[in-house]
Design a protein around this ligand. Sequence first.
Ligand SMILES: NC(=O)c1ccc[n+]([C@@H]2O[C@H](COP(=O)([O-])OP(=O)(O)OC[C@H]3O[C@@H](n4cnc5c(N)ncnc54)[C@H](OP(=O)(O)O)[C@@H]3O)[C@@H](O)[C@H]2O)c1
Length: 241
Amino acid sequence: MLALVTGASRGVGAAIAGALADTHEVLLGGRDEAALRTRAAGLRAARPFVADLTDHTATAAAVSGIDRLDVLVHSAGVATLGAVADTSAEVWRTTMETNVIAVAELTRRLLPALRAARGHVVLVNSTAGLDAHPRCGAYAASKFALRAFADALRGEEPTLRVTSVYPGRVDTDMQRSIRAQEGLDYEPENYLRPESVAAAVVSVVTATPDAHVQDVVVRAVPQRVRGTAPVRVVRHGDARG
Ligand SMILES: NC(=O)c1ccc[n+]([C@@H]2O[C@H](COP(=O)([O-])OP(=O)(O)OC[C@H]3O[C@@H](n4cnc5c(N)ncnc54)[C@H](OP(=O)(O)O)[C@@H]3O)[C@@H](O)[C@H]2O)c1
């Protein structure tokens, strides 16, 4: 079984690639070949898939030779915050190019290979793709568009499974940058771990063949809630109330 995970050099994509590597040969997508080689060396069966996904010539070259693909996970993405009043056309363009157009183009190039495997496309969206908040316009718009892309693809390709995963804040480089742009403290204890998003992705990819999980929302349980009620494990036969 072959999986390609974009954005696998860091953050959510790296965790997804690591989790899928138990059951799949994994192509690690990213731009830094040396970093990808190091990461691949730590996994059971993995190799780099090097391309700037906004460079469509590079993408076409990178996919050549892939004629069967079981799982395609789109995790690569960018986020720049800013009020509409302050967001330049360049930021809009880079955000849409990376988060939407690159996804559409990579998927299009790989459709024959995905059809051959009756494969699964997983799109790492965001809760910003469900609710757009102030200063999040370009990023949220790109994620709303990503949802539309996923829904259209699902309708057009009945042999494929297509899943949008919507995480809340995740403890990654991207979230560090977002919090810095917001001027707020970084509170990793209140965010999802990348491995938790990866577990959600694995669960949809390994769903029984009759099950097509289409949308998954994963939000963090904040630390103050996690801490209020210590978990008590009650074993069978333990009668103490
Ligand atoms: N972090 C969060 O709080 C959060 C919450 C909800 C959803 N998400 C979504 O989760 C996904 C992963 O985010 P993350 O937090 O893991 O981000 P991250 O730590 O900033 O990593 C971003 C990844 O995307 C890759 N990438 C960016 N632009 C690329 C391009 N033009 N071509 C190829 N690769 C490119 C990067 O590769 P390089 O190493 O080569 O730069 C890196 O692997 C994104 O789609 C994001 O929108 C994140």
